[in-house]
Design a protein around this ligand. Sequence first.
Ligand SMILES: Cc1ncc(COP(=O)(O)O)c(C=O)c1O
Length: 418
Amino acid sequence: MNYDAVRESDPAVADALVGEVERQRNSLQMIASENHVSEAVLEAQSSVLTNNYAEGYPGARYYAGCEYADDIEELAIERAHELWGGDHINVQPHSGTQANQAVYLAMLEPGDKILSLDLTHGGHLSHGHPANFTGQLYEVEQYEVDAESGYIDYDAVREHAEEFDPDIVVSGYSAYPRTVEWEKIQEAADAAGALHLADMAHITGLVAAGVHPSPVGVADFVTGSTHKTIRSGRGGIVICDEEYADDIDKAVFPGGQGGPLMHNIAGKAVGFGEANSEEFEEYAAQTIENAQALGDRLQEHGFTLVSGGTDNHLVLVDLRDSHPDVTGGDAEEALEEAGIVLNANTVPGETRSPFNPSGIRAGSPALTTRGFDTDAMETVGDCIAQIVDAVAEDEVDAAVEDVATTVDDLCAEHPLYE
Ligand SMILES: Cc1ncc(COP(=O)(O)O)c(C=O)c1O
């Protein structure tokens, strides 16, 4: 990965690209929404399809020259059906957010009502936050996780739905470490006569591998990002019943997007193909075991996990009990210096600003792709604990030096993009 052609044309960009390769190789990527795609996915994504205009859908394009684009989009759709089932799948959304946008555009009128999880409790901006178009166009009320248990209180969601009478109930989350009981959200939606959008953004790969229950066949609409646990080309998908197929397709294009990013769709096709394997099922199961090993180790070090653990690929640490003077931002910064890259995150009942909240969120998908096992994850847990303790004691430099050596060893044992 030298980016020689880029270097010849643009050395500054080549330097940054090579720097990014080295950063990913030499540090631990624990942002829960990130992963390392295969070189095959990278190659497909950087293919000549970036030159192609394929407005429309396979067999019904607005431009000539779409023979191969059609082949690729059909392969992506066919493989997506193998992974997730469903009546109809649109693989064109440029991102998970735009997949959600397509559902809202197809089904709601401005002023309609959305019921979704609050951002600080693990929800997503595209579920009705005031800074997002959803918060500006629609009337939004939000549910929360139970303050004590950290779990979604499905009875409360149902009561809220009955009271608020939403047009759509949104499930699927950004920072929720527990299994989502899609049927219970469906019951809440049914009780209000509302539609149900299940946004499986983070857990697309876990659902595809069968290690998390699937919302397909339960919710009216299922959306997802295609570059998180599923490790394919960057973008989004919408899965829906046949009755909504035309409306969704029109809402994706021309409703919300122009020409599809066919190079990304090629990356989706390749990544979906890779995911349709026993190896990927093992990967997904290991991803969960690794997050659990990390969570257990952090708890042994005295950290509090929201909900007391995890069923999926992420842990959410509430620092307020164990390290009351350490903010998520302080922890994130010191950990990054030591080569551990994760993000500060709000926690349920947040008392600090969202810009420097009280928690950190750590995910296992990218490290599992590198071949980390539960022993390695325990070592990572020790490293995180050492750094956060050092932040509390104001002795960061020595801890960073020490942990950076362990991080170097872990990276050398689990090489990336060789
Ligand atoms: C629940 C949820 N929905 C949507 C998204 C948006 O995904 P994208 O970045 O692909 O737009 C995210 C991103 O992390 C998410 O967590």
